[in-house]
Design a protein around this ligand. Structure first.
Ligand SMILES: Nc1ncnc2c1ncn2[C@@H]1O[C@H](COP(=O)(O)OP(=O)(O)OP(=O)(O)O)[C@@H](O)[C@H]1O
Ligand SMILES: [Mg+2]
Length: 292
């Protein structure tokens, strides 16, 4: 990386300073150890101030360029909002980051050393990139507790899951997660009996059980009541800093509550980026999206 990129990286680490105490979390430790160059095996190297870095990424489906020279990066601990019209390529971008879709060209890095294009979808999930699809996919016949416990098991492989017992760290994380997702009073309830919003939170909780470094959330408040949406905004603001988040949404009042930087995608590329006020005042954004 060039010196100016490094300086920019240092500035971003300052700007999005991870509030965790050094040593308490991996990312806190990384931020504190900014002068270190290489990350230990299994760690994500954020010394250049980026947890996710996409450059000139393109993908075509039957000749149609769904993603067209897309460049974008996210700082550690950042909560980035992505908006844009239907078909802009938002979900496809997440498919590329998570290894579901291979781009035709471009660069996709997790931290400054992990080239995501070299890995399969399952490996990418293991590395700490969690993804939430729009439709909740919880196990309806299991309780809230069992769903969260299962999220740990699925991360461990079949053999070890047969002998699986929660250790104390995992028990603590489960209790903390239940509290974070506002389901502490519902541990024994069947997931199938939860409201739509609660199912969405449970699924986010299942992702949190794996302690992801980066969370990709595709239209998380679609179909939620206003009250559930407000609680989800609170939840995301709690997660920010501890995790990096990329949130795709069409709900502008939700975006207003949670956003710092908003990226507007259109025709598979970044059309505008800035605060919500800045992008909402941008003529090009009004024309393709907000003015509808
Ligand atoms: N696997 C695929 N095969 C063919 N075309 C695809 C495929 N995946 C996405 N597309 C096309 O790529 C374009 C971008 O789709 P994408 O789902 O990423 O948009 P989006 O921004 O998520 O839209 P929305 O806001 O409606 O969810 C669309 O025209 C879509 O039809
Ligand atoms: Mg989509």
């Amino acid at each position: 990386m060039t010196p100016d990129l490094q300086a920019e990286g240092a500035r971003r680490i300052e700007a999005h300073a991870i509030k965790a105490e050094p040593g308490k979390t991996e990312s806190g430790g990384r931020a504190a150890g900014f002068s270190r160059v290489a990350a230990a095996p299994g760690e994500v190297d954020i010394t250049h101030g980026r947890i996710l870095y996409l450059e000139d990424v393109s993908v075509s489906f039957d000749g149609f360029k769904a993603i067209n020279k897309l460049s974008l990066d996210i700082a550690p601990g950042e909560l980035r909002c992505i908006i844009g019209p239907n078909g802009a390529g938002k979900t496809t971008m997440m498919d590329i980051i998570t290894g579901k879709t291979r781009p035709d060209e471009g660069t996709v890095f997790f931290g400054s050393t992990i080239d995501l294009l070299r890995y399969k979808e399952a490996d990418i999930a293991q590395m700490g990139i969690g993804r939430k699809f729009q439709k909740p996919t919880v196990f309806e016949q299991l309780t809230v507790f069992e769903n969260l416990e299962l999220a740990l098991k699925t991360n461990k492989g079949v053999k070890s899951s047969m002998f699986f017992r929660l250790d104390s760290v995992q028990s603590d994380r489960l209790a903390e997660t239940l509290h974070t997702i506002h389901l502490a009073d519902s541990v024994a309830r069947m997931a199938g009996n939860l409201s739509h919003g609660q199912k969405q939170w449970l699924e986010i909780g299942m992702l949190l059980m794996q302690d992801p470094k980066l969370l990709l959330l595709d239209e998380p408040v679609a179909g939620m009541t206003d009250e559930e949406t407000a609680r989800t905004a609170e939840l995301f603001l709690t997660l920010k800093g501890k995790h990096s988040l990329m949130v795709v949404e069409h709900d502008m009042s939700f975006i207003r509550t949670i956003s710092e930087i908003v990226t507007v995608l259109c025709d598979g590329a970044v059309l505008a980026q800035g605060t919500l006020d800045q992008v909402q005042a941008d003529e090009r954004v009004i024309e393709v999206y907000l003015g509808r």
